[in-house]
Design a protein around this ligand. Sequence first.
Ligand SMILES: Nc1ncnc2c1ncn2[C@@H]1O[C@H](COP(=O)(O)OP(=O)(O)O)[C@@H](O)[C@H]1O
Ligand SMILES: [Mg+2]
Length: 264
Amino acid sequence: MIKLTGIEKYFFAGTPNAIKALDSINLEIKQGDFITLIGSNGAGKSTLLKAIAGVINVDAGKIEIEGEDVTGQAEHVRARDIGRIDQDPMASTAAELSIEENLAMAYLRGQRRGLAKAVSTRRTAIFQEALQVIGLGLENRLKVPVGTLSGGQRQALALVMATIARPKLLLLDEHTAALDPNAAKLVMGITEQVVSGNKLTTIMITHNMEQAIRYGNRLIMMHRGRIILDFDASEKKDLTVPALVNKFTSTSGAVFDDDRVLLA
Ligand SMILES: Nc1ncnc2c1ncn2[C@@H]1O[C@H](COP(=O)(O)OP(=O)(O)O)[C@@H](O)[C@H]1O
Ligand SMILES: [Mg+2]
């Protein structure tokens, strides 16, 4: 469904500070895959998601979505097919707009021209239904400015926004990392529900190995711009954190020394 072939991305190319952020990335993602993506700081995880979303251009390789070559396609065009959330609840939602207005923006972004004019009463019903699923009572607070919500509520709303237009792919970049532990847990539960409930093809970056093992049907580990481990559901089932650290060491030849990951 999504295919990456020979993806390369350099920063500061041709200078002494040149970085190969993505190095020969080949990846095939099946419809409905829920992939957890892990790796030490600077491994290239965020760069990979940005390349898929078209936020950055790649220096080599090909990105295909359902057989269509989207490698050179602008970010806003790809945004119809791709929902995306980053760490920052302030960036994923617009504080000064109401819950309803935030959802309307997200909803319209996903529509092809000409289909955009959903009758507003119908639209409200769609929004309320989508909000009901996450169980925070936001469906009764449509007119409330998003700036009055907590970080966890905002990331939960961002999840609804990212998925309301039925994207072909959902990209989550440590979307619970900036939340306190309870809110993070809540948002992870909602994520599982939204992704599984809609059988959404998803890549979720996490710095938490336990989370990477627990969620999804496939686990990928990156190191220095490369994919070094790729476990399917059956390989992932009996995986433990120490086993994953050992696999990292034996495959990369490096010691896993990212405390943020190890102590999560
Ligand atoms: N916009 C940028 N400009 C320069 N270097 C960047 C930029 N984005 C990422 N990098 C570098 O690319 C490498 C991969 O970064 P990133 O994808 O953010 O890693 P991760 O998300 O796995 O922590 C790092 O060395 C980082 O410093
Ligand atoms: Mg990152």
